[in-house]
Design a protein around this ligand. Structure first.
Ligand code: PLP
Length: 395
């Protein structure tokens, strides 16, 4: 009568959403400020002023019919040109508007790119810990998600394990750096090794393997850490970007896909991306926000707040006896649970009004994710609860 697969997806909510719903209920019971809700990656820093200024100006001064009308399916040509020029200026690439496809955020960038590439029997590799929706997106195309564990000490890519996971069926590799949930930025050395392995395997298998880089957190990095631009290391690269985090616009749904102009048959890949966007029914990205981001290119929200939160939380938690991966980017702290079962640990943390996401669905059991995109005041107020939780485990 209907799709069992979709029924399962719709009824088995993600653990993050479950915790988020629990937070709403609990806040209504005991008060907003008494629940330390670290469940979801909703930016806590407001969008930069340019967003409001652009929206107001556009709404007051532009032609209303045009402003709210459809744009080209691949997005407004002026916006695509501006983004291409910005990427070229930042990273020395040679993209044009014809490489850019505007989407409704990174999730759409990924589903469109995967749909454009996938053929029967294909496999896509990703690295644990990973954004759990990858499994949904890859499996929806009929392909298989192959998960490679990262090195347990620093959560960088385990390149040996990666090489072993590649097969003649591998169509692509999804790489997310800065990473959700670990906050790790993959080092340039590691990127070079991964790209070297991909080059070798393309040669061996006689077909391209695409690198799909999921980069909604590109600008959220601390202490001067650099995020290598993958197109400069590997030709068959497709960048999936979003303004959800960099401009704090997750609810407005706006991002893009950039296809490297050095990728094999890149014009056909781009055409397949247009076809996938059409088949998935995206039509075009929101017209108003295409115009807004066109006026905010190169701007970001104030990420210094996230760095401050990271420092306070990381220093306090390590002092209390937690083992944490020090994140260089994004706004997540990845913490080893104080008992083997991260689900049980997350339940225990609820007794202290701490809402921590168990990382089993990220492919890394035994860890929890703390989204520190909350106010610094909330972080400070939560510290006694973290201390008490550690003490309840004898730390
Ligand atoms: N990829 C990663 C790694 C994410 O963390 C998220 C959202 O949190 C997304 C993709 C989806 O982002 P968007 O809201 O732009 O669709």
């Amino acid at each position: 009568m209907f799709s069992e697969k979709m029924l399962k997806l719709g009824t088995n909510r993600s653990v993050i959403r479950d915790l988020f719903e629990y937070a709403k209920k609990r806040k209504a019971e005991i008060g907003e400020d008494k629940v330390f809700d670290f469940s979801i990656g909703n930016p806590s820093v407001p969008a930069p002023a340019c967003v409001r200024e652009a929206a107001i100006d556009l709404l007051q001064n532009e032609d209303e019919v045009l402003l709210h009308g459809y744009t080209s399916a691949q997005g407004d040509a002026g916006l695509r040109r501006n983004i291409a020029e910005y990427i070229n200026e930042q990273h020395g690439t040679s993209l044009t508007a014809d490489s850019l496809y505007i989407t409704v955020g990174a999730a759409a960038s990924l589903t469109i790119s995967l749909t454009a590439l996938a053929e029967d029997g294909d496999e896509f590799i990703t690295f644990a810990p990973f954004f759990p929706e990858y499994r949904v997106f890859v499996e929806k195309t009929g392909s298989k998600l192959v998960v490679v564990n990262s090195s347990p000490e620093d959560f960088q890519i385990d390149c040996e394990a990666f090489e072993k996971a590649l097969t003649p069926h591998t169509k692509g590799v999804i790489l997310n750096s800065p990473n959700n949930p670990s906050g790790v930025v993959v080092t340039e050395e590691c990127i070079k090794t991964v790209c070297g392995i991909l080059e070798k395997k393309q040669e061996e298998y006689g077909h391209p393997i695409f690198l799909i880089t999921d980069e909604p957190y590109r600008e959220l990095v601390y202490d001067g850490v650099k995020v290598p631009y993958l197109m400069n290391y590997y030709d068959n690269t497709i960048v999936c970007y979003s303004y959800s985090k960099s401009l704090s616009l997750p609810g407005e749904r706006i991002g893009y896909i950039a296809v490297s102009d050095k990728a094999v048959e890149w014009k056909n890949i781009y055409a397949a991306i247009c076809g996938a966007g059409r088949a998935l029914g995206y039509v075009c990205a929101p017209s108003l926000f295409q115009q807004v981001v066109a006026r905010c290119i190169g701007k970001t929200s104030d990420v210094s707040v996230y760095k401050k939160n990271r420092d306070i939380l990381y220093n306090a938690l390590t002092e209390y006896g937690y083992r944490c991966i020090k994140p260089d980017g994004a706004f997540y702290l990845f913490v080893e649970a104080l008992e083997k079962d991260a689900g049980a640990f997350s339940e225990k943390a609820k007794e202290f009004e701490l809402l921590l996401v168990p990382a089993d669905s990220f492919g890394t059991p035994g860890f929890v994710r703390i989204s520190y995109c909350v106010s610094t005041e909330q972080i400070e107020k939560s510290l006694p609860a973290f201390k008490a939780l550690a003490e309840s485990y004898g730390r």
